[in-house]
Design a protein around this ligand. Structure first.
Ligand code: NCD
Length: 308
């Protein structure tokens, strides 16, 4: 498998064999991510970080990943103090930054931005979220978490929250289609998964059901994947307020869940997971955010050609 030079844009571009290889590579790197071992396989390499939207975990875990492998970070920093504020196009910014770096991590509010950037870049583009579109590197860490904390094969999973605007769930369900999952989609009517994606999943042979009831959805699943209502994608605040606090997971609700059920969340959370859930054995979202480090180390090492 040749990952060197590859752009990471959408999960639709990955076969099961490729996904498994990336997860295996992440596993090999986990001790380095935990700083139990040292490595400099990316010494001399520079990762450019271009974030046009807020981020904590994605940006910092990419930066940690390149640094733990001996490479360096070049961060655009605030968009307001870059030439983008003077009206520079994304295409021009990418052409220039590609000349300064060995790979570019890009987060942008426009769906399709990473694909567009890849057409102008001489180095790999890693899509760190393009509007409500895709977030493939999050999906690799989600899959890694599921493999480590539950099981991927024949998984029963509930995806809950903002399934309309949530890019993490869009990417995740495409990936799960390679493992034969049973997917329950839990959302208010207004935030349902786009029909086009549901059709794709059914065509890929997945069992997909929709509900607006958290109570019924969590009874029989291995994993509950909770998401935040994506306030920033709503056309107006009144629409957001209507659905903002509709779904919530509490310790009481969890009494009907299976004891081994894991709760994941890409974070940040707002009100959808009660802090009382954190101390239960179901909570898995902080481990999940750590797994972003070995997974992004693997992606960087593979696309930069330091590993095969
Ligand atoms: C997610 C995102 O940016 O899509 N965050 C993340 O990358 N961990 C989820 C979110 O913002 O709700």
């Amino acid at each position: 498998m040749m990952f060197k030079g590859m752009h990471i844009i959408s999960m639709k571009n990955f076969s099961r064999k490729m996904i498994d290889h990336i997860l295996d590579t992440a596993e090999q790197l986990e001790d380095i991510a935990r700083n139990k071992e040292q490595s400099d396989i990316l010494a001399g390499k520079i990762l450019a970080v271009l974030f046009f939207e807020p981020s904590t975990r994605t940006r910092m875990s990419f930066e940690t990943a390149i640094m733990r492998l001996g490479g360096n970070v070049l961060n655009l920093g605030s968009v307001d103090i870059s030439s983008i504020a003077k009206g520079e196009s994304l295409a021009d910014t990418i052409r220039v930054v590609a000349g300064y770096s060995n790979a570019i991590v890009l987060r942008h509010p426009m769906e399709g931005a990473a694909k567009l950037a890849s057409e102008f870049s001489s180095v790999p583009i890693l899509n760190a979220g393009d509007g409500a579109g895709h977030h493939p590197t999050q999906t690799f860490l989600d899959l890694y978490t599921i493999r480590r904390e539950s099981h991927l094969e024949g998984l029963k999973i509930a995806l809950a929250g903002d399934l309309k605007y949530g890019r993490t769930v869009h990417s995740l369900c495409y990936a799960l289609s390679h493992y034969g999952a049973d997917i329950t989609l839990v959302s208010p009517e207004e935030l349902r998964m786009p029909q086009e994606i549901i059709n794709d999943l059914k065509n890929r042979g997945l069992n997909v059901t929709e509900t607006d009831s958290m109570e019924s959805a969590i009874k029989d699943v291995d994993v509950l994947y909770m998401t935040r209502v994506q306030k920033e994608r709503f056309p107006d605040d009144a629409e957001y307020q209507k659905v903002a606090n509709r779904l919530k997971i509490t310790p009481e609700l969890l009494e009907s869940a299976r004891s081994e059920m894991k709760i994941m969340h890409p974070l940040p959370r707002t009100t959808e997971i009660d802090p009382g859930v954190d101390a239960t054995p179901h909570a898995c979202y902080f481990q999940q955010s750590f797994y972003g480090v070995p997974v992004r180390m693997a992606l960087l090492a593979l696309v930069m050609g330091a590993m095969e």
